[in-house]
Design a protein around this ligand. Structure first.
Ligand code: SF4
Length: 902
């Protein structure tokens, strides 16, 4: 739409005339005091909002510089959407199911498409099956395609049939690396009313690490799949003008200290001040000392420091990055012209107003690791020993001989290996994740450690599973050009493919010797990884300890093989001839890294490697229909039409008295609520799949089944580490069904309650839904019949996903917690959440009816931020709301009854 209210700015770049939103005219002399992220939101609001709402939004943004906070709502219309295979599969399955529903209602299904470009990266399903061998990428890719053929065929159908959906096939890399290297324009050209406009590139992604692209000045953040669907269906996303935390950087990183160390430090510092959902922006004279690659590492970890963004504005180093990754000169000129003309260009001397701010002295940042279970638990790189010692793990007496499994295949070698293992062996050493494999500097540093280790004849011990999973296929080119690929291979770190691998839990099997030693109780193994999360079970279902660290440190810990080694003083290894090799001998100097980096880089790599990977013949050979309606296969165990994509789904609001289905404590993650990792072969989910013809030894990961609601609802809360306070001691994903007094699976309990017309709620502690932006975490709860979640606090994306599924998030008042509530068998919770009374942050009356007749009352707060969210709750969620609108807009020849489910 044309911007009628403000005269556009006229710009000239790369030989062409453009128009742009005149932020200087809109904001006057307040512009320099507004954080850059809010300048971008102002630009977006000015371009997309209209009339009185637009004026109110702009006034509120201007006034923000007086108060540093605001209650006002603004609309945000991103220019594009980014998804990965496991979030896109359910989103696109929903779309396919909605098309089927519309067709049954007499509406042409082809009217339903995305209104925005959607890029889908197939990156989350690559597993480390083969490793430490040169053909590992090909072996793992073949394995991935075979395992996921039906789901991938569906995604190919979506790319053929749904307008605007583009798929980046397996092998093209990790979504956030692709975003940095290929998709981000930083400044886009948009045709508006016959004129060419320059507009800032702004986007959303269905993944919490979407802010990685903030490192090059693109405003974007992670949303739930359901919020993305809202945008894909043409609605803006509404948000309260965010509070903005400023991180003032001064100084420069010391030699040896890497971007990973800074990211872990920032994570610890911002978690310490309780950042929760705010936008974070970096400013100050330290910013220009960081490359765009360094900045992107720090930006990536925004969800780990509790923030929505981790933004670095555009400057000369951003332009350098664009040139290094093969962007053409005209594009780079457009970025510079727009940024300089509209107040978006970074000024290291500027001191904008922030809601609150902290100072990080880059000179004071040290080499770090974080763990063993949370990314914010920052440690010096030699402090793992003390942390692990505090766990006081004592190997079971008898060791290898004690276990029947070890006894059964008691080859002398295996027994000797077990005997040689330390009590906390490094079972996985993985250079993994978009966070730390997108910046060439980090991989080059790892390669240089490998080179020095190779020269000394070092190799990882027999129990360490080593892997290198870069975010981009260009990494193979630049590592090879620097001669480092061979060095990495020589110490066991061959490339295993280009995808999320270990970071998302697709680490494959632990080595047999580790499995045997674990079965014997001889060891408590640890993962050393360059990922961003180390929650128990995240990296591997059997590992509850993991340390996050830079790629070169991963190599050092992998070579040491012992997580308790203090690498400040202990040798990494002692060579065969008795020479103790210390980390300081292996660690590269900044000059060595710079020299190898300079030798390795060719801007042409990025486009060329991506094009080669996009032509993936295995992908293009997959069967994929091209009919407007997806032909559902009733025998499929991968893709099932979900029941909530129906016109008969209604609002869950109302006044009701509910049984607690589940009561959980603090820090329940979306990995607990909807696991992504391997499906245990002895689980009820496995039994369900095997009964339908699947192979018990090849069930793949939960994440690969997100197109099958019948699996996912059974997988809900399938986590060994989750404690159900309502039924302590119940097996995994089980609870107490109160009327019968039986402990049954959650799904069984939910079906019984539903059949009896009974409502259920869930009670949780602080930070409910922390972790990945997993819409199945919300969908699973809806399918379990949960009408409201009463928690002390919610993680931002999960809160939004619950609302997207029509489930009401309620914040309990201070002093009321799952522990103080002390729910006993027969206690019931009354919730008065009538549709007409629900308001953003409005009070909702709750009464706890004790089984002995006592009644305790309190007011909860609706964790609802905007009127749009109120509307979604009243309609039963994004999908029913969209279906109802489509039927109204496009007419229906069949009659449609929209009825409330409750
Ligand atoms: S954080 Fe890990 S799982 Fe998420 S996109 Fe990056 S590599 Fe993949």
């Amino acid at each position: 739409m044309e911007n009628t209210e403000t005269t556009p700015l006229r710009l000239h770049a790369a030989g062409t005339d453009y128009l742009a939103t005149d932020l200087v005219a809109l904001c006057g002399d307040r512009l320099g005091r507004l954080p850059v992220v809010l300048r971008l939101l102002m630009e977006n609001a000015a371009r997309h909002m209209r009339g009185a709402e637009r004026e109110a939004a702009l006034d509120a943004l201007r006034a923000w510089t007086d108060t540093g906070t605001s209650e006002a709502e603004i609309a945000f219309q991103p220019g594009r959407v980014l998804m990965h295979d496991t979030t896109s599969t359910p989103a696109l399955v929903d779309l396919a199911a909605m098309r089927s529903t519309l067709a049954e209602a007499g509406v042409d299904p082809a009217v339903l498409n995305s209104s925005l470009p959607v890029d889908v990266s197939i990156d989350h399903s690559l597993a480390v099956e083969a490793f430490a061998r040169p053909d590992a990428p090909a072996v793992n890719m073949a394995f991935e395609i075979r395992r996921n053929a039906e789901r991938y065929g569906f995604l190919r159908w979506a790319s053929k049939v749904l307008r605007g959906v583009r798929i980046n096939p397996p092998g093209t890399g990790i979504m956030h690396t692709i975003n940095l290297e290929q998709l981000a324009t930083v400044v886009a050209v948009e045709a508006r009313d016959g004129a060419a406009w320059l507009v800032p590139d702004m986007m959303i992604g269905t993944d919490s690490h979407t802010p990685m692209v903030n490192g090059i000045g693109v405003l974007g953040w992670g949303v739930g799949g359901l919020e993305a669907q809202t945008v894909m269906f043409g609605m803006p996303t509404m948000l309260r003008i965010p509070d903005v935390v400023g991180v003032r950087l001064t100084g420069a990183l010391r030699p040896g200290v890497l971007a990973t160390d800074l990211a872990l430090t920032v994570t610890q510092r911002l978690r310490a001040i309780g950042v929760s959902g705010e936008f974070v922006e970096f400013f100050g004279p330290g910013v220009p000392t960081l490359s765009a690659g360094d900045r992107s590492v720090v930006a990536n970890m925004a969800p780990e420091y509790g923030a929505t963004t981790g933004f670095f504005p555009v400057d000369r180093r951003t332009l350098d990055y664009l040139a290094q990754t093969g962007r053409d000169a005209a594009q780079i000129e457009r970025v510079e012209v727009l940024a300089r003309a509209t107040g978006l260009w970074f000024d290291p001397a500027a001191e904008p107003v922030y809601t609150r701010s902290i100072h990080v002295d880059l000179d004071a940042v040290d080499m770090h690791i974080a763990g063993p279970r949370r990314p914010q638990d920052l440690l010096g790189y030699g402090e793992a020993r003390a942390t692990l010692a505090a766990l006081d793990f004592r190997p079971r007496a008898g060791g290898a001989e004690a276990g029947t499994e070890a006894g059964a295949d008691a080859e002398a070698g295996a027994t000797a290996d077990i005997a040689a293992m330390p009590r906390h062996p490094v079972a996985i050493a993985a250079i993994t994740s978009c966070t730390n494999t997108s910046d060439p500097r980090l991989l080059i540093a790892a390669g240089l450690v490998a080179r020095k280790a190779r020269a000394l004849g070092l190799r990882a011990p027999a129990w360490v599973k080593t892997s290198l999973g870069p975010g981009s296929p260009a990494a193979a080119d630049y590592l090879a050009r620097a001669g480092l690929l061979d060095d990495l291979s020589a110490v066991g770190f061959d490339i295993v493919g280009y995808g999320c691998t270990t970071c998302i839990g697709n680490s494959g099997q632990l080595l047999p010797v580790v499995r045997r030693a674990m079965a014997d109780g001889a060891v408590h193994p640890v993962a050393a990884l360059s990922g961003n999360r180390n929650f128990a079970g995240r990296v591997h279902p059997d590992l509850d300890l993991g340390f996050l660290m830079s790629p070169p440190l991963v190599i050092a810990f992998g070579l040491a093989g012992d997580a308790e080694r203090d690498l400040r003083v202990d040798p990494v290894q002692v060579t065969a001839d008795g020479r103790a090799v210390h980390l300081r001998e292996l660690w590269p100097t900044p000059e060595e890294i710079d020299a190898a980096l300079a030798r390795s880089q060719d801007p042409a790599d990025y486009r060329r490697a991506f094009a080669v990977a996009t032509a993936n013949p295995l992908w293009h050979a997959l069967d994929a229909p091209d009919t407007p309606l997806y032909p559902w296969d009733p025998a499929s165990t991968a893709l099932r039409r979900p029941p909530f994509a129906a016109l008969t789904e209604g609002s869950l609001l109302g006044r009701y008295t509910a049984h607690p289905l589940l009561v959980v404590g603090d820090d329940v993650t979306t990995d607990h609520i909807s696991p992504a990792s391997a499906i245990p072969r002895d689980s009820e989910v496995a039994d369900f799949l095997v009964a339908r013809g699947d192979d018990r030894d090849d069930l793949n990961v939960f994440a690969s089944r997100r197109g099958n609601w019948e699996v996912m609802v059974r997988a809900a809360f399938h986590s060994k580490t989750l404690k159900n306070l309502f039924a302590p001691g119940a097996p995994v994903a089980h609870t107490l069904h109160v009327p019968s007094g039986e402990v049954v699976s959650l799904w069984e309990a939910a079906q019984r309650y539903r059949a009896a017309g009974e409502s259920v709620v869930l009670v949780a502690g602080e930070r409910y839904g922390t972790g990945s932006s997993r819409d199945w975490a919300a969908k699973g709860q809806r399918l379990l019949g949960i009408r409201a979640v009463l928690a002390n606090s919610f993680e931002r994306i999960h809160r939004s996903n619950l609302i997207g599924m029509g489930v009401l998030p309620l914040r309990m008042p201070a002093g009321v917690t799952p522990v103080t509530l002390d729910l006993r068998t027969g206690d019931r919770i009354e919730v008065d959440a009538q549709a007409e009374d629900i308001a953003p942050r409005g009070a909702v009356a709750v009464a706890v009816h004790r089984v002995d007749g006592r009644v305790e009352r309190f007011d909860a707060t609706a964790a609802v931020e905007t009127q749009l969210e109120v509307g979604l709750l009243r309609a039963g969620g994004v999908i029913p709301s969209t279906l109802q609108k489509m039927v109204e807009r496009h007419g229906a020849s069949a009659s449609v009854d929209v009825v409330a489910a409750h």
